[in-house]
Design a protein around this ligand. Sequence first.
Ligand code: FAD
Length: 473
Amino acid sequence: MGQKMVSKNDIVNRIRDITGSAGVLFEDGDLEPYTHDEFATDEYHVTPLAVIKPVTEREVAGIINLCSELGVPVTARGAGTGLSAGCVPCEGGIILSLEKMNKVLEIDEENLSVTVQAGVTLSQLYGAIREAGLFFPPHPGDEGAMIGGLVAANAGGARAVKYGTIKQFIRGLHVVMADGAILNLGGNIMKSSSGYHLLDLMVGSEGTLGIITQATLSLQRPPGSMETLVIPFATIDKAVEAVNVLFKAGIIPFAVEFIEHSVISCVEKLLNKSWPAKKGAASLLVILDGPGEEEVLAQAEGVAEELAACDPLEILLAEQKERQADILELRSMIYEALRPGTGELFDICIPRSRISSHIRFLRTLEDRYGISLPTYGHAGDGNIHTHSMNVTFEEGVVGDPVPGWREKHEHLRKELYADAMKRGGVISGEHGIGLVKREYLPENIGENTVAVMRAIKKALDPRGILNPGKIFS
Ligand SMILES: Cc1cc2nc3c(=O)[nH]c(=O)nc-3n(C[C@H](O)[C@H](O)[C@H](O)COP(=O)(O)OP(=O)(O)OC[C@H]3O[C@@H](n4cnc5c(N)ncnc54)[C@H](O)[C@@H]3O)c2cc1C
């Protein structure tokens, strides 16, 4: 990067000319919340030079122009709920926080779409469209996440198995490029064969190719009815293998999650709520949706019939809405319950049929390294969440620190990723590469593929100012 020597004060003053004083933080005390994301270990904390909070796309373009001129790295930040250190600032760089660009611009009921600024949160989006009787199917677990961050990470969540990830719902994006140019990609349209699909290039780009300022997203009518089933099995193997039977029978649930009971007991204590299944070692949580109650109950019967051959211990239907909500909350809060003892959360994605053999491999890792690896996840799409616990974890009880965890974990991580790759998987199914996984990316997707990614980065950001060092070094 060609550098002119400029002081922090010069940079702050010139940015203030663009955004006004209210949009700039530069005192150490104000910067701390922007030094990290949700990734647990504190080695990925960097203090930015300043945090800038633009309110318009023009301001974003002005800031990027200035940073390009001065050679100052810019890291876009949404809500900082990311789990790969993607929005951790670069040394000597600024944070461009989209939090003030938080307007729902248009709900288009004719074309079933919504246009929002990048800083709109998921919960804000759900609230705004609910009033219009509309529904946005993707549901990544943290509703505080912002649309720009969700697009930049191609976030998934439990409903991706039926409806797809965020990618499937993006019709249009506004993006500020590294030279300050504003691109209007796609639009409120369902199809485009009009040149390179640059919109797709921005999905999962983790702030390295452009700053997303606005998105137009597809909406649907909400399902008329939903049912929740909890199905315990004697072993985790039986639980995850049963999922393949459902798909082979043509049943695609709204969500299908696998959860070991040792994990769930930890959340039960946290929430003071109980998981309906008491028998067995693991459960499948199957959520079904459809236009009407009769149809969804018929689907539930279909699930029971298909799974009869898989030795379920029982099939529990949560009829009351409150009970359904409790079950979902117990699943959603697993991360929070394990968080105090989590050193790293993995999110590999492998072919669905190989989940059980991967979990068997995890058990051998636990034995060899003496590190607990509570595991649960999206059984329908092979996206598995494994926590590497830096404390003991037995029968749902978080205990004492594991001696030498850091060093052992480094070896464990290598083996875990190698196993995912051997089974035809990727090291990230939904959280992104960021800083945390970049060292493993070439081995995973191939040196040649990473070389093409680097070439794209160089062409679009020749001075390397947009979130440099993320995805690849
Ligand atoms: C409790 C919990 C549950 C979660 N559950 C899920 C889940 O089920 N599925 C899932 O996929 N993820 C999940 N996540 C991870 C996280 O919520 C997602 O990765 C989300 O997409 C991050 O959004 P954010 O606004 O917080 O982005 P940030 O963390 O702020 O940033 C993420 C990345 O996007 C870039 N970025 C942010 N905004 C922009 C922009 N406007 N333009 C360009 N680049 C930008 C950043 O530079 C960074 O690289 C979970 C996280 C938590 C804490």
